[in-house]
Design a protein around this ligand. Structure first.
Ligand code: ZN
Ligand code: ZN
Ligand code: FE
Length: 756
C-alpha cells in the first residue's frame, strides 16, 4: 500500500519526526517524513498490514509533548520510488500548525545534568526534543533552529551529530547545545562588572548571604533571594515597591514544601507537571513576609536547568538525581521581575536598567528571549485545576472550540489583558500580558498581537473589544479595524466573562451566567460587576438580575480603599453618624461627599461587596494590590471555619440581590473571623436564591468573574446549584478573571457571525 499521511495538531518541535522515523524503520515502511505548514506530512509505502499498523501506532504512541488532532491517510501512487525512510527538509509556507509552549527540563536531561561523566554535566542550557524552551525563543514558524534565538550559535561536531541522528534524543532538538557551542552564563554585579569564578557557586553564596539576584530564566527574569532570610525578603519587597503582594516560592521538589504548605496529591501533580505553574498551597507554617495575612503560599518547582543547578549547588553537588527525592533546605523567593506592574523584564540591558535598584547581582545568559512569558499561577479547586494566570507552559497552546467559524481577533479587557485569535475551531489565547495602564504593557500587547497572528498565520476577519472606550485594547481594536478594513464588534464585559466559560466548555446553547468581578462597563453606561445574565445561542444576552448598587464614594479610589465602601454601606443603612465615629476626619469628609451625592457613583460590583464587608469588619482599610481585601476576608473565613448563613441577611426582588441587611449585622460584629465566615455563607445562600428566582427554565449555568477565585464561594455555590439540578460550567482552561475575557469576546463574535 502507498499513500500520503497528514497529521494535524501540536506535532512540530516535539520529536514527532524522529518518532515517525523509528516507527517506519521498525515496520519496514519506505518513504519520508517532513514538517509542513499544516503539521507533519508522511509518504509511506509498505505491506498493507504494516501500513495499517503504522497508522494506528502514529496516534497511540505519539511523543509526550505532541498532541494529535487529526490523521488523514490518502491512498495514492507515490511517483518517486522509495528506498528506505528519510527525514526531509521542512516545507516553508503559511503557518498552520500548533505552537508548542515551553516545558520544564525532562527526567533524562536531569540525569545527564547531574552525571559528572556526561559531557553536559552542569550545563545550564541542557535540553532535548522532550523538554526545554520553545515558544519564548521562536521568531516564526515552522519551528526550525534558524527561526529561533539559537540561530546565532553554531553547533559543535558532537552536538551536530546528535542533531542529525534520528535515533538520538536530540535529533532536531532546535535549542541543542553544549558547553562548547551554546549560550553562556555569566554573573555580573550591579555595575555590570563580571564576577570571576563558578557562576552557580557564586550565585548561591550571594543568595545565602542575603543578596538579591536577578536571574534570567525561560520567559523572563526573576528576582531571587533566600525565602527564610527575613531581611532579604524585606529588602526585595521594598525595592519592588510590592509591600504586601504575595511573593512566589521555589523549592527543589514537592517534599521540600511540605513543612510549610499543604501539598495534597492533586497539588503535587500540578507542581510536578511539565508546565510547572506556581501552585497556591494552603499554609502550614508561616514564612514571614512571603504572603502576609493570606491563607496560602504560591510555590513552584524549578523548570530551567539554571534553577536546578542552584539547588544542586546548595545540596553540595551530589551525583545523580537521588537528592531530588529528598527534602532540601533551600527555599527561594522567585518573583517575576516587573517593577510597578510593567511587563516582566526579558532583555539583559533592560534588566540592568529596570532592576538595577532591586538586584545586587545578575545571573544572565546570552540566549535571547523573544517573547516574555510570566509564570502561570494555578490552584486545585477541589475538582479541577483553576488558573489565576495562564502564561508560561500553557500559552499559546490552542483551545478547541465546539465549531469552526470566521477568524476573529479579540483584544480582551483593560486589566489582566490577554488577546485571542481564532482559526477554524481553534482559539489561540495569548499569555497573560498584564494591566494596560502603562506604556510598556500597551506596547507588549501590540507586540503580542503581531506575534500571535504571525505564528498562527491568522488573518482576522473581525476584531472584537470591550465596551470601555478608554482601554488601550479597545482603541487598538478600532484602529486595527480601520487599518485593515474589517468590522469591529464591542462585547459587554460580563457577557464576555460568561461566554468565555461557555467557549472553553464547548457549549453553544442558551445558558444562564453569573459574573462576579471588580467592575466592567454595562450596556447602560453603569459600572456592573454582580450580574445574572441569560445568553442565547446567537451571541446575544439579556440582564436578568444584578446586585443592589452600592455607593462608591470617591469613584476609582474606592476600589483601593475598602473603608470607603464600608462608609458607603453605612450611609445606605442610615447609620450616618457612625461614619465619622469610625473614620474620624476622613470619615467626615466622605460623609460630606455622600450627603451631596458628589463623586459617589453607584456600582453593582461583587468585588466591591467583598471590600465593603472587609471594611466593615475592620479586616482591611486600604489595599496595596487588587483583590487583597477579598483574599484577606477569605483567609479569615477559612481560619474561622463555616457558620450558618444570617437569617434574612439578604433580599431578592425583581432580580435585584440586596445584601444590606447582612452589612447591618457585620457593622455590629466584634469577631472578624466569624463575620468573614458569615459573609461567605450568606453570600452563597443569597446567590442561590437569586438564581433560583430567575424566570425561565434554562438549567445550564456558567460561573465566571474574578470572585470565583475565592475557594469557598466557588465550591459552595457549585455544590448547591448541582444539587438543585443545574449543569454548572466553570473556568478550567483559562482564568475566571479578566484573563479569560478575550476568548469570551471571540466566542460571541463567532456565534453572531455563524447565526447572521
Ligand atoms: Zn530533555
Ligand atoms: Zn555542542
Ligand atoms: Fe471582569
Amino acid at each position: 500500500m502507498q499513500g500520503i499521511v497528514r497529521i494535524r495538531g501540536q506535532v512540530q518541535g516535539v520529536g514527532f519526526r524522529p518518532f515517525v522515523y523509528r516507527l517506519a524503520k521498525e515496520l519496514e515502511i519506505q518513504g519520508w517524513v517532513r514538517n509542513d505548514s499544516h503539521g507533519v506530512e508522511i509518504s509511506v509505502s509498505g505491506e498493507n498490514r504494516a501500513v495499517s499498523d503504522f497508522l494506528e501506532r502514529l496516534e497511540s504512541e505519539s511523543p509526550a509533548l505532541s498532541r494529535v488532532d487529526g490523521i488523514a491517510f490518502l491512498e495514492a501512487d507515490c511517483a518517486e520510488s522509495h528506498s528506505g525512510f528519510r527525514i526531509r527538509e521542512s516545507l516553508e509556507g503559511a503557518a498552520d500548525t500548533g505552537i508548542s509552549p515551553d516545558v520544564s527540563i525532562c527526567r533524562e536531561c536531569l540525569m545527564e545534568l547531574f552525571d559528572p561523566s556526561n559531557r553536559r554535566y552542569r550545563h545550564p542550557f541542557i535540553n532535548c526534543t522532550h523538554c526545554g524552551p520553545r515558544f519564548t525563543l521562536l521568531s516564526r514558524v515552522p519551528y526550525d533552529r534558524k527561526h529561533t534565538s539559537m540561530a546565532k550559535y553554531r553547533m559543535c561536531r558532537a552536538c551536530q551529530a546528535e542533531y542529525l541522528d534520528p535515533c538520538d534524543r536530540r535529533f532536531h532538538a532546535q535549542p541543542n547545545a553544549c558547553m562548547d557551542c551554546g549560550p553562556r552564563l555569566s554573573l555580573l554585579d550591579w555595575s555590570g562588572e563580571i564576577i570571576a569564578g563558578d557562576q552557580i557557586e557564586n550565585a548561591l553564596n550571594a543568595i545565602l548571604s542575603g543578596k538579591i539576584l536577578a536571574v534570567k530564566g525561560i520567559g523572563g527574569f526573576h528576582l531571587v533571594c533566600d525565602a527564610k532570610n527575613g531581611e532579604a525578603v524585606k529588602r526585595l519587597r521594598h525595592s519592588k515597591s510590592r509591600m504586601e503582594k504575595p511573593l512566589a516560592l521555589m523549592a527543589a521538589n514537592s517534599a521540600s514544601l511540605v513543612p510549610f504548605a499543604q501539598v495534597g496529591e492533586e497539588e503535587r501533580r500540578l507542581l510536578e507537571s511539565r508546565e510547572r505553574p506556581i501552585v497556591l498551597l494552603g499554609k502550614r507554617l508561616e514564612i514571614e513576609g512571603i504572603a502576609p495575612g493570606l491563607a496560602s503560599f504560591g510555590a513552584m518547582l524549578p523548570y530551567a536547568p539554571i534553577h536546578y543547578l542552584i539547588f544542586h549547588e546548595a545540596a553540595g553537588r551530589p551525583e545523580g538525581t537521588g537528592w531530588l527525592e529528598e527534602r532540601q533546605d533551600l527555599i527561594l523567593v522567585a518573583t517575576s521581575a516587573n517593577p510597578g506592574g510593567e511587563p516582566l523584564a526579558t532583555g539583559n540591558g533592560e534588566a540592568f536598567e529596570r532592576l538595577g535598584e532591586a538586584a545586587d547581582l545578575f545571573l544572565l545568559h546570552d540566549r535571547e528571549i523573544l517573547a516574555g512569558a510570566d509564570d502561570s499561577v494555578a490552584r486545585w479547586n477541589g475538582r479541577s485545576p483553576q488558573f489565576v494566570r495562564r502564561a508560561r507552559g500553557y500559552a499559546p497552546s490552542p483551545l478547541r472550540l465546539s465549531s469552526s467559524g470566521p477568524a476573529v481577533l479579540a483584544m480582551g479587557a483593560g486589566y489582566k489583558n490577554t488577546v485571542c485569535a481564532t482559526r477554524g475551531d481553534e482559539a489561540f489565547v495569548s499569555q497573560h500580558i498584564g494591566d494596560l495602564d502603562n506604556a510598556a504593557a500597551c506596547c507588549a500587547m501590540e507586540k503580542t498581537v503581531e506575534r500571535l497572528l504571525q505564528l498562527s498565520g491568522i488573518e482576522p476577519e473581525i476584531v472584537v473589544h470591550d465596551l470601555h472606550p478608554d482601554f488601550h485594547s479597545t482603541r487598538f481594536a478600532l484602529q486595527y479595524s480601520e487599518k485593515h478594513g474589517i468590522p469591529s464588534l464591542g462585547v459587554q464585559h460580563h457577557h464576555a466573562h460568561v461566554a468565555s466559560v461557555l467557549a472553553e466548555n464547548r457549549f453553544d446553547g442558551a445558558a444562564l451566567g453569573v459574573a462576579l468581578d471588580g467592575v466592567g462597563l454595562g450596556t447602560d453606561g453603569g459600572t456592573w460587576g454582580g450580574e445574572l445574565l441569560c445568553l442565547d445561542e446567537k451571541g446575544g444576552f439579556s440582564r436578568e438580575g444584578h446586585f443592589r448598587t452600592l455607593l462608591h464614594p470617591g469613584g476609582d479610589i474606592a476600589s483601593r480603599e475598602p473603608w470607603r465602601m464600608a462608609a458607603g454601606a453605612l450611609y445606605s443603612l442610615g447609620r450616618h453618624e457612625e461614619i465619622a465615629r469610625r473614620y474620624g476626619k476622613k470619615g467626615e469628609f466622605i460623609l460630606a461627599l455622600l450627603e451631596r451625592q458628589f463623586n459617589c457613583p453607584l456600582t453593582s460590583s461583587a468585588g466591591r461587596l467583598f471590600d465593603a464587608a472587609a471594611g466593615l469588619l475592620g479586616i482591611s482599610d486600604s489595599m496595596t494590590f487588587e483583590g487583597q481585601a477579598a483574599m484577606l476576608l477569605e483567609a479569615m473565613a477559612q481560619g474561622h471555619g463555616p457558620v450558618p448563613p444570617l437569617e434574612n441577611g439578604f433580599s431578592v426582588e425583581q432580580g435585584v440581590l440586596d445584601f444590606l441587611p447582612l452589612f447591618d449585622a457585620l457593622a455590629e460584629m466584634d469577631d472578624a473571623g466569624y463575620g468573614a465566615s458569615l459573609f461567605h455563607s450568606t453570600l452563597v445562600e443569597g446567590l442561590e436564591s437569586w438564581i433560583l428566582a430567575s424566570p425561565g427554565n434554562i438549567r445550564t449555568i456558567a460561573l465566571s468573574g474574578g470572585c470565583f477565585l475565592n475557594a469557598i464561594l466557588c465550591s459552595e455555590l457549585r455544590n448547591r446549584l448541582e444539587s438543585e439540578g443545574y449543569a454548572v460550567l466553570e473556568a478550567r482552561l483559562l482564568p475566571p478573571n479578566d484573563g479569560g475575557i478575550s476568548l469570551g469576546q471571540a466566542h460571541v463574535a463567532m456565534r453572531r457571525k455563524s447565526c447572521a
